[in-house]
Design a protein around this ligand. Structure first.
Ligand code: MN
Ligand code: MN
Length: 470
C-alpha cells in the first residue's frame, strides 16, 4: 500500500489561497462529453441553416414553435409557464417563458446577436467590365478585407418588389448550387501589393464578386454578359435590374460547420460570432418549463454595426415587447427593469499563441477554459463598456459554480491593443444589471472562425443557470 504523504504547508496554502485555472477537460464531469457532443451537433445544424439574421430567425422560430412557444398577442393575459415570442421585422426575435414570480420581481435576460460580418450587395450592384460580370459590395461589420478574397461565397437575402412581394434568395447552400468568389492577384504580379500594409492591400471597392462570364448569344449589343446574368435572375426570381434597389442580398462564406482537429474538439464555421451564444441562449430557454423569474431571450440584429436601427438592441422594439408583457400583469416597465438581470451573451477573443503579443495571458480567455465572463469590454480606458459591478460578478460566479458551469474571466486583448463592444451598454442604459459572457473565438470576424466544443456547451449550461437559478 502506498503511504499517504502529508501535504507541506506550501501545498496547503496553494490549494487554499491560489486561483488555479485548470483546463476545462480536467474539470468536466463524467458523462458530460456525450451531452456536449449532442449539443454541438445541433448547433452545427443551426449554423448551416442560418447564414443571415433572417434565416436565423426562421430557424429559431421553427425550433421555438416545436417547443410550444406561440406569438404573443398584445393584451393577452399571461400565466406562469406561458411561452411566447415576437419577431421584429423578420430580423430579430424575442422569446419569454413566464415565471412563477411577478414581472415586478424582474426578469432574467440572455441577449445575443444573430447578425455576422459579411459583404452586402450595393443597391446598384451588377456591372460588366471586360466581358466579366460582377456585383459591387459594401462590407457589413468589422472585417479584415484580405481574408474575403479567393474563398467560395454564397448569396442569401431578399428582393422586395414594388407590388409588395418579397423574393427570397439563397444560392450556394443547396445541393449542386453554384458559388461565387472575389479574385485576387497572383503572386507573380503581386510584388507591389505585397508591400502595402495588410489593411490597405485590398481596398473596400475592390471587393467585387464575380458572377458571370458567358455573353448572350446572337447579339451585337453591349454588356452581353451582364444581360445574360439578368436573364437568368429574371427566369429564376422574376426580378429586373431595378429591383436590386430594394433588395438586401448578402454574400457569406460558403463553408459548412465542421469539426476541427484530429480529436474533433473544436468547431470551424462562418458566423460563430454571435450565433454560438444565440444558439446557447435559445436552446436554454426552449428547455424551460416553470422558471421562478420570467426568462427572456433576445436574438438581436445590427450588433456588428453598433446595435443601431430598428432591429438593433438600441431599438424600442425590445422595450415595447417587455412593456406588453408587463401590461399583462399590471407592472410598470421601469419596476421590472430595475430588478432584472441581463447576460449580454457575446463571443470574446480566445488567447491565440500565434499572436501572443496582443494578449495579456493572465486575463485572457483560453480555448477549453469554459464560458468567458467579461466584467468590462470597451477600449482605451474601458470607453464604451458597461463595466458590471463587483457584487454582480460575485453573484454570477456563485450561481455558475453551484450549477457545474466551467467558466473563466476574459478580457478582449491587452490594454490599448484595441477593443470592442457588445449590447451590454444598451441593456445597462435601461437600468438593467448586465454582465458580458460568451464563447472564446479564434480568428473572430474571419470568414471561418474556430471555437472549442467545451466552451460552447458550458455557455449553454451557463445560460440555463441564469434562467433557472439566478
Ligand atoms: Mn459579437
Ligand atoms: Mn462581432
Amino acid at each position: 500500500m502506498e503511504e499517504k504523504k502529508t501535504p507541506t504547508r506550501g501545498e496547503e496554502l496553494r490549494k487554499a489561497l491560489s486561483y488555479d485555472k485548470k483546463n476545462g477537460y480536467d474539470r468536466l464531469l463524467s458523462g458530460e462529453r456525450e451531452a456536449m457532443e449532442d449539443y454541438c451537433a445541433a448547433y452545427k445544424e443551426f449554423l448551416d441553416a442560418g447564414k443571415t439574421e433572417r434565416e436565423c430567425v426562421d430557424r429559431a422560430v421553427a425550433l421555438a414553435e416545436n417547443a410550444g412557444f406561440r406569438p404573443y398577442v398584445r393584451g393577452n393575459g399571461l400565466k406562469p409557464g406561458d411561452k411566447v415570442y415576437r419577431v421584429n421585422r423578420d430580423k430579430s426575435l424575442m422569446l419569454a417563458v413566464i415565471g412563477q414570480k411577478s414581472l415586478a420581481e424582474g426578469v432574467r435576460i440572455c441577449a445575443a446577436h444573430i447578425d455576422s460580418p459579411r459583404l452586402d450587395l450595393k443597391q446598384n450592384p451588377l456591372y460588366e467590365t471586360d466581358e466579366l460580370a460582377f456585383f459591387k459590395t459594401h462590407y457589413y461589420g468589422g472585417i479584415r478585407k484580405y481574408q474575403w478574397v479567393t474563398i467560395p461565397l454564397e448569396l442569401h437575402g431578399v428582393v422586395a418588389l414594388k407590388n409588395g412581394g418579397v423574393v427570397r434568395v439563397s444560392v450556394g447552400n443547396g445541393e449542386g448550387d453554384p458559388l461565387f468568389t472575389i479574385d485576387d492577384l497572383l503572386p507573380h504580379l503581386g510584388a507591389e501589393q505585397s508591400r502595402k500594409p495588410l489593411g490597405e492591400a485590398i481596398p473596400g471597392e475592390n471587393l467585387n464578386i464575380l458572377v458571370g462570364s458567358r455573353p448572350l448569344a446572337d447579339d451585337e449589343g453591349k454588356d452581353r454578359v451582364k444581360l445574360s446574368v439578368l436573364e437568368l435572375l429574371n427566369r429564376k426570381y422574376g426580378i429586373v435590374e431595378e429591383d436590386f434597389i430594394s433588395a438586401e442580398l448578402c454574400a457569406v462564406p460558403a463553408f459548412r460547420a465542421c469539426d476541427i482537429g484530429f480529436d474533433r474538439s473544436m468547431i470551424g464555421a462562418y458566423g460563430h460570432d454571435d450565433r454560438v451564444c444565440a444558439y446557447a441562449s435559445l436552446a436554454a430557454i426552449l428547455q424551460l418549463s416553470q422558471p421562478e423569474h420570467t426568462a427572456v431571450c433576445v436574438l438581436a440584429d445590427k450588433e456588428e454595426i453598433g446595435s443601431e436601427g430598428v432591429t438593433g438592441m438600441k431599438s424600442a422594439a425590445f422595450d415595447t415587447f417587455m412593456e406588453d408583457l408587463c401590461a399583462g400583469q399590471n407592472v410598470p416597465l421601469r419596476v421590472c427593469y430595475e430588478r432584472s438581470f441581463c447576460l449580454s451573451a457575446d463571443v470574446t477573443a480566445a488567447y491565440d499563441p500565434n499572436f501572443a503579443d496582443v494578449y495579456e495571458k493572465r486575463n485572457s480567455a483560453l480555448v477549453n477554459g469554459g464560458v468567458g465572463l467579461c466584467k468590462y469590454t470597451g477600449s482605451r480606458g474601458k470607453s464604451g463598456a458597461s463595466d458590471a459591478s463587483a457584487e454582480l460578478v460575485a453573484y454570477v460566479r456563485k450561481v455558475l459554480d453551484e450549477n457545474g458551469v466551467i467558466w473563466q474571466m476574459a478580457e478582449l486583448g491587452k490594454v490599448d491593443a484595441g477593443g470592442g463592444g457588445t449590447v451590454a451598454m444598451f441593456m445597462a442604459e435601461r437600468n438593467i444589471d448586465t454582465l458580458d459572457a460568451g464563447v472564446p473565438v479564434l480568428s473572430m470576424h474571419a470568414p471561418f472562425e474556430t471555437v472549442g466544443k467545451l466552451d460552447c456547451y458550458m455557455t449553454f449550461k451557463g445560460m440555463k443557470a441564469v434562467y433557472e437559478r439566478l
